[in-house]
Design a protein around this ligand. Sequence first.
Ligand code: C5P
Length: 309
Amino acid sequence: MSGPGPARRVTVRVPAKVNVQLAVGAARTDGFHDLANVFLAVALYDEITATPAASLQVTCAGPGADQVPLDRTNLAARAAELLAARYGITPDVHLHIDKDIPVAGGMAGGSADGAGALLACDALWSTGASRAELLEICAELGSDVPFSLVGGAALGTGRGEQLTSLALGAAFHWVFALADGGLSTPTVFREFDRLTPDAAPPQASPDLIDALRSGDVVALAAVLANDLQPAALSLRPSLADTLAAGAAAGALAGLVSGSGPTTAFLAKDAESAAEVAAALRGSGTCRSARVAVSSVAGATVLRPGPSQR
Ligand code: C5P
């Protein structure tokens, strides 16, 4: 096809995230918690394809697809509706999610689908929305959604949606141990409140930001921290066995990813990551294990919309 015209189909690829620091404060009056949340985007991806349709429809394929809601609670559907409402468009679009990010795993898979659908619909409809407008809609969709759009490495403050980009000195090699079933993020935060009645105001760790900037994997391993980990372990005690198996297999450090139940292990290099993943797969403490590198770009259009033709 040549020349401008409506795109028939736009596909966007969006990465998962790992939190290398997740500092959590006390519950706010709006129910959210103030965070100091250091995100890295990792090379595990969902792909969202937007195609014009008679009405708004969401489909999903891939591991765990049967656990993904296909109604208006899906962040991809919400993203299409919010963008359409803002530009006076009817959101007649079919959003297909090719899922590879663990579902309800603490790796921002739902947020990735929201950011991906937003970018795909924006390209499909040629709204001309600015990056700032897209980020505003992302923040409305959820606390982790702006990071899914931006990717790379960033500190999230407020409820996690106010982003500051961070410098990264090197690629890091991660292993993710996938657990059976998900953990509900609100439930994990409620457990945090129960376990931590006097939570201090969250602060980003200067040592962690230095380790990221210098690319020093040993220094980074020493300061990985997730305040939600005790809550996730309290709700899912078997995760302690997975963490122990990763440590025994030679990971430099391990932690629960976000609100879990995925656990993340930092490895010295790609070879060590492959060894840790193999050992975890054989340990009987997780469903499977994946390796992935950080950091990677955020939501990216793969199949061009009209503006790229
Ligand atoms: O923002 P998002 O919709 O992803 O948040 C899901 C849930 O996680 C919230 O309803 C809230 O229970 C909890 N949450 C929180 N504080 C944050 C982010 C999320 O308590 N900063």
